[in-house]
Design a protein around this ligand. Structure first.
Ligand code: SF4
Length: 274
């Protein structure tokens, strides 16, 4: 894209961002990336004029990546700071111990999306650290991934509050998910994983706005903004329902994910049961 075209797009998006509360929205991340692209578009032109080098020499003189471009880790840190200060859901901002942003590789090929932090995650500030999280870690290990290789986030960044004296967690409401969803959208925009996995029907509702049973949703490919999306059971479901047939379904979904990522799959993995 040429620099004047990028200038026009950036100016239009900045106007939308400042003046409109309604769709279409211009996310900060898209603006940051376009500004980086504009800087990169200007560079080869300047090099050609200054040095009058042959075309192939110019190409090799232009760095393949803009050294000034923010890394995914830096872009995520900006969003993390906004989440940390967020009070859009006043009731959750009051009740949370801390926000739970996300964890893992900012450049991951594979990203998991769950629903909301539970009591353990609220205490530790990291998603999927309770019993369900430990099972997710085991699933990842069976796929030959460490937690640090993938990125894990939730639709909601604050633990849904519960009445004093009650035990356990509650699922997020549609309104809470709608309010918090833009942060997850930004995380996905930054990371741009090759494959997304949604864990459970609530995560699907938050991500796609689709309400359906897991029987209808899981085991086949969906799409989120052009990114292949696999839907499978939440690990907490597997803790409640220990039937081998249910565990095998999740593992078959993960085998599809490995195939989509073009990862080698051993015979042992193919025959594996969680
Ligand atoms: S749940 Fe999300 S939108 Fe609501 S207060 Fe927490 S960070 Fe903000």
């Amino acid at each position: 894209m040429t620099q004047p075209a990028l200038d026009l797009i950036i100016a239009a998006l900045e106007t939308i961002r400042e003046k409109s509360d309604h769709a279409p929205r211009a996310s900060r991340i898209v603006l940051a990336r376009l500004q980086v692209a504009r800087a990169a578009a200007a560079r080869p032109l300047a090099l050609r004029t200054a040095h009058a080098m042959p075309d192939d020499a110019v190409v090799s003189a232009v760095p393949s990546e803009d050294p000034g471009a923010p890394s995914n880790a830096e872009l995520l840190a900006v969003v993390r700071d906004r989440v940390r200060a967020c009070t859009k859901c006043a009731h959750l901002a009051c009740s949370r111990t801390q926000t739970v942003f996300g964890v893992g590789n900012p450049d991951a090929d594979l990203m998991f999306v769950g629903e909301a932090p539970g009591v353990d995650e609220d205490q530790q500030g990291e998603p999927f650290v309770g019993r369900a999280g430990q099972l997710l870690t085991r699933i990842l290990k069976a796929m030959n991934f460490a937690r640090e290789d993938v990125y894990i986030a939730n639709i909601l960044k604050c633990r849904p509050d519960t009445s004093p004296g009650t035990f356990g967690n509650r699922p997020p409401t549609p309104s809470e998910m709608q309010t918090c969803r833009p942060y997850l959208v930004e995380q996905i925009e930054i990371i741009q994983p090759i494959v997304l996995v949604a864990l459970g029907a609530v995560a699907v509702e938050g991500l796609l706005g689709t309400r359906a049973t897991m029987r209808e949703l899981r085991g086949r490919w969906h799409s989120y903004n052009g990114i292949p999306l696999m839907i499978t059971y939440h690990p907490a479901y597997l803790l409640r329902n220990q039937a081998p047939s249910e565990k095998r379904k999740v593992w078959e979904d993960m085998l599809q994910v490995l195939e989509r990522l073009e990862r080698p799959i051993s015979e042992r993995q193919r025959n594996y049961f969680l």
